[in-house]
Design a binder for this molecule. Structure first.
Ligand SMILES: Cc1cc2nc3c(=O)[nH]c(=O)nc-3n(C[C@H](O)[C@H](O)[C@H](O)COP(=O)(O)OP(=O)(O)OC[C@H]3O[C@@H](n4cnc5c(N)ncnc54)[C@H](O)[C@@H]3O)c2cc1C
Length: 348
């Protein structure tokens, strides 16, 4: 059913920012939007919401200005911290203003919370966690995402409802190569916070906050062979010695050993580190879709037929604990930086 919306040839990308820095997924989405726009002579617009700022706060828009055709900024001077309903309000308003044909939002915790509300408001569809976006020969916007646990890729079209909305997880799309010599036009809207009371239960964090796994260069990945906390501590120790982070497959998250923000895979995060050391991971398509973009994968598994070996640059058929403890001993003897260099730059 059509939602009475006559779209313009605009792809709108919602730009998230934290601590005065634009979240990288925004740039990744713009990269994809530019590619799509070039094929159909469309414009790329960015929209962002700013809370009231302190004197020294400055969001650097320089790069953004050379990537898109136009930027809409919604400035909330009456409030410092915005919530998902504020993002929802400003994107809704922007859609009414510009009537874009496509809207892209990063599948971050914030994006996942507010984008579906916007889609529901416009009675349009939204495809979550897309891994590909393209136009068909008939110029239909195809949103590609894994389905049935990653065994097939669904190609989804919403030809009659607008805007066509999709979320994409960080690190799925490439950073944009395109740079426009001319700067984007900017329009600033003074915006007032609507009285949108939202109750968010503050939960205590169960574990120490480390670097985000998406940003780490080295990941020690714990698979289902790791059953106990004291075993997981060995994986954590390896990650720490290599100045990396640890991540987990879904069974560990379901079993309560790891929190969801450490899960890699189709229903977790996609990472692109230099090195993944996969310990006791079988290598299902669901896990692989989260780690296959790593530069190198080292896999340790006792089963020589484990599928992970087909995707690994180095495969070690052995008990994970024996290998990891050996590694930890070696690193403890050597200077960790030198070891890191030798393990993943020289010998792989
Ligand atoms: C809709 C859906 C979404 C999903 N999303 C995800 C997701 O995002 N991420 C994800 O990871 N999974 C996901 N899964 C789950 C997925 O199907 C698998 O269950 C999971 O990937 C298996 O994780 P694993 O490889 O750690 O465990 P297993 O498959 O149980 O493999 C454990 C491996 O450890 C090896 N092993 C055992 N003991 C040792 C030892 N001592 N030393 C060395 N190796 C040893 C075994 O040989 C085995 O290969 C999803 C499933 C569904 C249906």
């Amino acid at each position: 059913m059509s939602n009475q919306y006559t779209p313009n040839d605009i792809i709108t990308v919602f730009i998230e920012h934290n601590n005065n820095e634009i979240n990288q997924v925004g740039y990744e989405l713009i990269g994809k939007a530019r590619e799509l726009a070039a094929k159909n002579n469309m414009k790329v617009f960015a929209v962002l919401a700013l809370g009231a700022r302190n004197e020294n706060d400055e969001l650097d828009l320089e790069l953004l200005e050379h990537l898109v055709d136009h930027i809409d900024i919604y400035k909330y001077n009456d409030c410092l911290n915005l919530n998902v309903l504020d993002y929802c309000d400003c994107l809704k308003s922007n859609i009414y203003e510009n009537k874009p044909i496509i809207v892209l939002v990063g599948a971050t915790p914030i994006g996942r919370s507010f984008a579906p509300r916007v889609a529901a408001h416009f009675k349009t569809g939204i495809t979550a966690d897309c891994t590909g976006l393209e136009f068909s020969e008939e110029k239909e916007f195809i949103q590609i995402r894994p389905a049935y646990g990653g065994d097939v890729y669904a190609r989804i079209v919403t030809p009659k409802s607008f805007p066509q909305m999709a979320t994409v997880r960080p690190k799925i799309m490439e950073m944009p190569q395109y740079r426009n010599n001319n700067k984007a036009s900017i329009k600033v809207y003074g915006y007032r916070k609507s009285n949108n009371e939202i109750s968010i239960l503050k939960k205590e964090r169960l574990e120490e906050v480390g670097e985000k796994i998406e940003d780490a260069k080295i990941i020690a990945l714990a698979g289902n062979a790791i059953k106990y906390k004291y075993d997981l501590d060995i994986i954590k120790k390896l990650a720490k010695l290599l100045h990396g982070e640890w991540a987990a497959t879904r069974p560990l998250v379901e079993g309560g050993l790891a929190s969801y923000d450490r899960q890699v895979g189709i229903s977790g995060k996609t990472i692109r580190p230099d090195l993944v050391i996969a310990c006791g991971v079988s290598g299902t398509s669901q896990t692989l879709s989260g780690i296959e973009k790593a530069k190198k994968i080292v896999a340790v598994n006792i089963d020589k037929n484990a599928p992970i070996f087909k995707n690994a640059d180095i495969g070690i058929i052995s008990d994970w604990k024996q290998v990891v403890e050996e590694l930890i001993n070696k690193i403890s003897y050597k200077d960790a930086a030198a070891f890191k260099k030798s393990i993943y730059l020289d010998s792989i």
